[in-house]
Design a protein around this ligand. Structure first.
Ligand SMILES: [Zn+2]
Length: 886
């Protein structure tokens, strides 16, 4: 799964697209802060229970789900049959997960004593007990109005009639909202999905299509899918509705890409790489694509970025894009991520959520590997470089394999995606490409159509490599944190010796890391590599070289996930910035040169911005110029606006907009007048929000009224208004949101409500805004409901408390209740009786008083000492007087 939880800004959306490159979570990208340390888990974490896979008392062999959805009432009728065999003990009770299902009847081939239904489970009792090894079935009839797990998208909710559909989402524990089941990934079974829909609708599910016929009695189309090879419960999926498709084949595997009918023109952009990806993953993993077909389907307002149901991936409609965004939008990351899950996640599944990295870390790693294959190794290194900087800045010291969590959903984060992906990279670096491939193939074959835990992987690695990986797994998977390395270099001309000192500075509760890597010296055209092993807190390494190197690189191949501080002389940075063979070295040099202010450095960076062969270095040079902040550096940026690569062009526009100079307005106006790429126009509009003047407000207002693909330019104007934070914009923003609700994407509209609340929160009379936002708290779209409830919290009007209160409840992981709780906390926040400034002033006075007391005491002491000396000298004089020689 790629996660898209709690993201409601365009910036965050772009970050999530980037994060697909990093396999990470945009919501966390936004919160990147703190320092990297190997920290002990927080006290709360220690109090969190340890989680394990539940006991399997029966072996579930097949689940058959027969569903008839009613799109108008957003309800379903279902009949689910579960075939199973008790494993060891005679079975008296079978307990199944069933969330808010209205159970009508239960039947069984065995003799039923009865059944009881609770909100979250159904317990079926047998008398006599079913004996171990005796296969039997239970059939449960029910209806439901699912709040999660199965999501409707209908005209009553504001979606186009032409696009009406529903989709399901199983991971982590949502499946029981639409059918009763043993809902945990340590159980595998075959599944069948039968769905009854109006004749013009398409039905998609896992596996192969068995039949499609019309039921004469109801006039409904009955579509029957069968997933024969066993898979786990969270991968069972159903998508039904009005869809259009594009299709092709990879060898004998049918491939299709479905979108809601109104969006089919964009399908090809996202679909085109699929066959190439399957071929690549088959070669890399050594295992043929394991299922009968591969369908991808785009749905409206999906709950995540994508979800890898067995042979049926569901994707967010945010993955669709138009070609005029050049290379700024791509769905390649999310498409390859979900595709590789068909092996890592679906074919072999983590046994419990503490081993989630076996799914998500691998999907993140192979997504990146495909990126390198498709777009060049520098592309992959660039991603690793950026991800490492971000991961090592996180302060969460929990390990990747973590049993302490309250809910499974908490496991889906940067540790199991980005960090685990990087750890797999290190594993590959240590094993070498060929052995790594053999290990992964053996691991997948050994656990094919089964479940795995971390130790299963380690034992395969050790068996095939003949080496111990205890230390590697211990430091990277069973413990948290990342190394922080202070590296320094010096040269002795007399001894012809280079010295590299490495100090591990992370606070270590589990001892220093063991880190094999290398250092690289460039001696003119010659390259000298030396392997080093860092296995203690401090090391000095000496290297005899025939001449002084012009470049020194630590870990030149980016094989360590570490925060490295390495100060080298400026002349070396210049040489590094020019080294065409070393993209990462050039990135590091551009970043380090931002500390210099001189004209020579500005010239070097400007040259890199306009001439470096890799776009990432050009962007890094632009960022450095902005940080230098001199007139020359700003001028260099402005003169470099005309960039052929849209990625660099947008960076330059963004960076210029981030400088507060009056002339920036004219530069942004010129971008708006000339730029064709909508993503860069969006950047320029948002930048204008930093400048309070009638001219910018007029432009922002113009774009607020504009129409564009997905209303993106109007949304950018909302973003600018948020930055402006000017209450004068309230009436126009309110009018736009009211009049154009249907044109905004749900997330963007929700953010619009938040923006309105934010710019109105300091107003004395917030009645009108409160009433306007309150009009959306019962909206049929969950995203907008949540946005409205959150906005009431932001507005901070205590009169909203009774409204928000009605959404609070005891279910901490219900998204609406969670938003309501956060909003209530904000609404009930007490303003301190004494303002912060006064508290601060009091602290200063207290400090001063302490200082004064100290000084007074010192003065007293001095006085006493002087008095004592004076007294002593008098006595001495007297003594002297008396000691005069006779
Ligand atoms: Zn995933």
């Amino acid at each position: 799964m790629t996660v898209r939880e709690q993201i409601c800004s365009r910036l965050a959306w772009l970050l999530v697209v980037l994060a697909w490159g990093n396999g990470g979570q945009a919501s966390e990208e936004l919160q990147a802060c703190g320092s990297a340390m190997r920290v002990a888990p927080a006290k709360e974490a220690a109090e969190t229970p340890r989680r394990y896979a539940p006991e399997r008392r029966v072996d579930v062999t097949r689940v058959t789900i027969d569903v008839t959805p009613d799109f108008a009432s957003r309800t379903i009728q279902g009949v689910t049959t579960i075939a199973f065999t008790p494993l060891v003990k005679p079975l008296i009770e079978l307990k199944l997960d069933a969330f808010d299902l209205n159970i009508a009847s239960v039947e069984s081939k065995a003799h039923l004593a009865g059944y009881t239904v609770a909100d979250k489970a159904i317990t079926i009792t047998f008398s006599p007990p079913v004996l171990p090894g005796d296969p039997t079935t239970v059939t449960i009839r029910y209806d439901a109005e699912p709040q999660r797990g199965l999501y409707f998208r209908t005209p009553q909710m504001g979606y186009p009639e032409s696009d009406v559909h529903l989709f399901t989402q199983g991971e982590s524990h949502e499946a029981p909202y639409w059918y009763p089941s043993f809902d945990y990934p340590n159980e595998r079974f075959s599944s069948e999905v039968i769905c009854h829909v109006p004749p013009d609708m398409t039905v998609l599910s896992n596996g192969r299509l068995v039949s499609e016929q019309t039921d004469a009695a109801t006039g409904l189309k009955v579509v029957h899918w069968l997933q024969e090879k066993p898979h786990v419960n969270y991968l069972v999926a159903l998508v039904a509705g009005r869809f259009a498709k594009v299709e092709s084949r990879y060898r004998n595997i049918p491939l299709a890409f479905y979108t809601p009918v109104s969006q089919i023109e964009y399908a090809a952009n996202s679909f085109e790489g699929t066959a190439d990806m399957i071929e690549f993953f088959e070669q890399e993993l050594g295992v043929p694509y394991p299922w009968e077909k591969y369908d991808q389907v785009v749905v409206a307002d999906f709950v995540a970025g994508g979800m890898e149901n067995t042979s049926l991936t569901v994707l967010s409609d945010g993955t669709l894009f138009t070609k005029d965004t050049e290379n700024l939008r791509s769905s390649e990351g999310v498409v390859s991520h979900e595709l590789v899950h068909q092996w890592v996640g679906d074919y072999v599944t983590c046994k419990d959520w503490s081993h989630l990295w076996l799914n998500e870390g691998f999907a993140t790693y192979y997504q990146r590997l495909y990126d390198g294959h498709r777009n060049g190794q520098d592309e992959m290194l660039y991603d690793l470089y950026n991800t490492a900087r971000w991961i090592t800045a996180q302060s969460d010291g929990r390990p990747i394999v973590n049993r302490r969590y309250k809910e499974a959903d908490e496991q889906f984060g940067w540790r199991t995606y980005s960090k685990a992906g990087w750890v797999i990279r290190m594993l590959r670096c240590q094993l070498g490409d060929a052995l790594f491939r053999r290990v992964i193939q053996a691991y997948l074959e050994r656990h094919a159509l089964g479940v795995a835990v971390t130790e299963d992987l380690r034992s395969v690695i050790e068996e095939l490599s003949g080496r111990s990986f205890d230390c590697f797994f211990d430091q990277w998977l069973y413990n948290g944190g990342c190394p922080q390395l202070d590296v320094s270099y010096s040269w002795s001309e007399q001894d012809k010796l280079a010295k590299i000192s490495v100090k591990q500075t992370q606070t270590a509760d589990a001892g220093p890391f063991v880190l094999p890597t290398k250092v690289r010296f460039r001696l003119g055209e010659q390259t000298v590599d030396r392997d080093i092993l860092i296995d203690s807190a401090q090391h000095d390494f000496y290297f005899a070289l025939h001449t002084e190197p012009n470049i020194v690189r630590f870990d030149p191949e980016l094989t360590l996930l570490a925060q490295v501080t390495f100060d080298v002389p400026t002349k070396m940075l210049y040489a590094q910035l020019d080294d065409r063979a070393d993209m990462v070295g050039r990135l590091l040099a551009a970043d380090a040169l931002k500390e210099k202010k001189d004209k020579k450095t500005v010239g070097k960076l400007k040259d890199a911005l306009n001439n470096d062969p890799f776009y990432g270095v050009r962007r890094a040079a632009a960022a450095a110029l902005q940080e230098i902040h001199t007139d020359e550096a700003f001028e260099a940026l402005v003169k470099s606006m005309d960039q052929p690569d849209a990625r660099v062009r947008r960076s330059v526009v963004e960076l210029i907009g981030g400088v507060y100079r009056p002339e920036v307005i004219a530069h942004m106006e010129s971008v708006l007048a000339n730029e064709k790429n909508p993503e860069i126009v969006i950047t320029a509009i948002q930048n204008l929000g930093r400048f309070h003047c009638p001219q910018t407000k007029q432009i922002i207002s113009k774009y607020l009224q504009s129409t564009s693909y997905r209303n993106e330019l109007a949304d950018a104007a909302v973003g600018a208004i948020r930055t402006l934070n000017d209450p004068a914009c309230i009436p126009e923003l309110m009018q736009t949101l009211r009049g154009r609700e249907q044109q905004f994407q749900s997330w963007d509209f929700a953010r619009g409500l938040g923006t309105l609340a934010r710019i109105a929160c300091d107003q004395e009379d917030r009645t009108q805004v409160r009433e306007f936002i309150a009009g959306y708290v019962s909206h049929p779209r969950q995203v907008i409901r949540r946005g409205a409830i959150g906005a009431l919290g932001t507005l901070g009007d205590p009169k909203a408390i009774p409204i928000v209160e009605t959404f609070c409840g005891s279910e901490p992981h219900d998204p609406i209740q969670r938003s309501a709780k956060q909003a209530m906390d904000r609404l009930q926040e007490k303003k301190p009786l004494v303002p912060d400034e006064v508290i601060e002033l009091r602290k200063v006075v207290d400090e001063l008083k302490k200082e004064t007391d100290k000084l007074r005491k010192e003065l007293d002491d001095l006085k006493k000492q002087n008095e004592a000396r004076a007294a002593a000298s008098k006595t001495d004089e007297k003594a002297k007087d008396s000691e005069e020689p006779m």
